[in-house]
Design a protein around this ligand. Structure first.
Ligand SMILES: Nc1ncnc2c1ncn2[C@@H]1O[C@H](COP(=O)(O)OP(=O)(O)OP(=O)(O)O)[C@@H](O)[C@H]1O
Length: 274
C-alpha cells in the first residue's frame, strides 16, 4: 500500500494539515507515527485507515481487511458490546456466529467478558476502549491502524494489546500506531513517521529486515521461544505452526536451537536483508 501526493485540510480555506505526503506501507511492518500535539497524526491515520478522503493525491492498495481504532470511540451507541461486535463483524464479512465467537474470546482476552450484554453507553471509559480495540482485532486485519488505542486500558490490557499487535506483525500484517508512551513497542518498531508542518519524515529503526522461520512440532511455549537470543516476535499461524522472527545476526543460532528439538520441523525461512 502507498500514499501518493496526499494532502488534506479541514474546510476549503483551512490550512493544509497534511500536504504532498508520499509514503510506503510495507507488509509485516510496525510503523510508529510521532510528532507534537496538533501536528496532524490523527488526520494522517484517518487517511491511512480510509476514514478520511484526501483532498489531493491518492491512496493505493489499501488491503480489504483494514481496521481502525479512532482516537475517540463513540460510546453512545444503543448496542450491547457483543451486539456491536456482531454488527462490526458483518462489516468485515464475518458470519454472526463467527463474530460472536471471536468477539467473546477477545473480550475475555482484555478482561471484559462480563460486559458482553451491557449497552456501550453504560460502560466505563476503559471498558469502552476495550470494545473499540476488540472490534478492530476481530477480522484479523491485514492493516491495523491504532490511534492511541492503549489510552485508558489497564496494565494487563496494555500488555495484551502489545502482544496482539506483535503477533499480527509477525504473521504479516502492517500496523500503524500513535501512542504517547515512547517505550510503546519501541523494540519492535520498524519505521517511524515523524509529522511536522504537514510533511512526514521516515526513519528506519531496524538495520536489517527480520528473518522469519516457520516451523511445526515445537514443544516449547511462546514465552520460551521468545526468550531465545535475537527472537523479536513469536506468532502462532492459522494452521497451528509457529512463526519466529529474528534479526539476521541471530538467525543461524535460532535455527540450530530449533532443529535440536526432537520432532521439530522447519518448513520455511524467509525475509532478511532490506
Ligand atoms: N474535524 C476537524 N475540523 C477542523 N480542524 C481539525 C479537525 N480535526 C483536526 N483538526 C485540526 O487539524 C490539526 C491536526 O489535528 P490532529 O488531530 O490530526 O493532530 P494530532 O497530531 O493527532 O494531535 P494530538 O497529538 O493532540 O492528538 C489541528 O490543528 C486540529 O485543530
Amino acid at each position: 500500500m502507498r500514499l501518493e501526493g496526499v494532502g488534506l485540510r479541514y474546510g476549503w480555506r483551512g490550512p493544509w494539515v497534511v500536504r504532498d505526503v508520499d509514503l510506503e506501507l510495507p507488509t509485516g511492518r510496525l510503523i510508529r507515527v510521532q510528532g507534537a500535539n496538533g501536528c496532524g497524526k490523527s488526520t494522517l491515520l484517518r487517511v491511512v485507515a480510509g476514514a478520511a478522503r484526501p483532498d489531493r493525491g491518492r491512496v493505493l492498495g489499501r488491503p480489504a481487511r483494514t481496521a481502525y481504532v479512532p482516537e475517540r470511540f463513540p460510546p453512545a451507541l444503543p448496542f450491547g458490546a457483543l451486539e456491536y461486535l456482531r454488527l462490526m463483524g458483518r462489516v468485515h464479512g464475518l458470519s454472526d456466529v463467527e463474530a460472536e465467537r471471536r468477539g467473546a474470546r477477545l473480550l475475555a482476552r482484555f478482561g471484559a467478558e462480563e460486559h458482553t450484554g451491557r449497552p456501550l453507553a453504560r460502560l466505563s471509559k476503559g471498558t469502552c476502549q476495550k470494545v473499540a480495540v476488540v472490534q478492530a482485532l476481530l477480522a484479523e486485519p491485514e492493516l491495523l491502524v491504532l490511534d492511541e488505542a492503549w489510552t485508558g486500558l489497564d496494565a494487563d490490557s496494555r500488555v495484551a494489546l502489545d502482544e496482539e499487535v506483535e503477533r499480527r506483525v509477525a504473521e504479516g500484517a502492517t500496523v500503524v500506531y500513535v501512542d504517547h508512551d515512547p517505550a510503546r513497542l519501541a523494540e519492535r518498531t520498524d519505521l517511524r513517521w515523524t509529522v511536522d508542518g504537514g510533511t512526514v519524515a521516515v526513519t528506519r529503526e531496524v538495520v536489517g529486515a527480520p528473518v522469519r522461520i516457520d516451523c511445526t512440532g515445537l514443544t516449547g511455549g511462546v514465552a520460551e521461544l521468545s526468550a531465545l537470543p535475537g527472537v523479536r516476535a513469536v506468532g502462532v499461524l492459522a494452521d497451528g505452526g509457529v512463526r519466529l522472527e529474528t534479526d539476521e545476526a541471530h538467525s543461524d543460532a535460532v535455527l540450530r536451537a530449533l532443529l535440536a528439538e526432537p520432532g521439530a520441523h522447519v518448513r520455511r525461512v524467509s525475509g532478511g536483508q532490506r
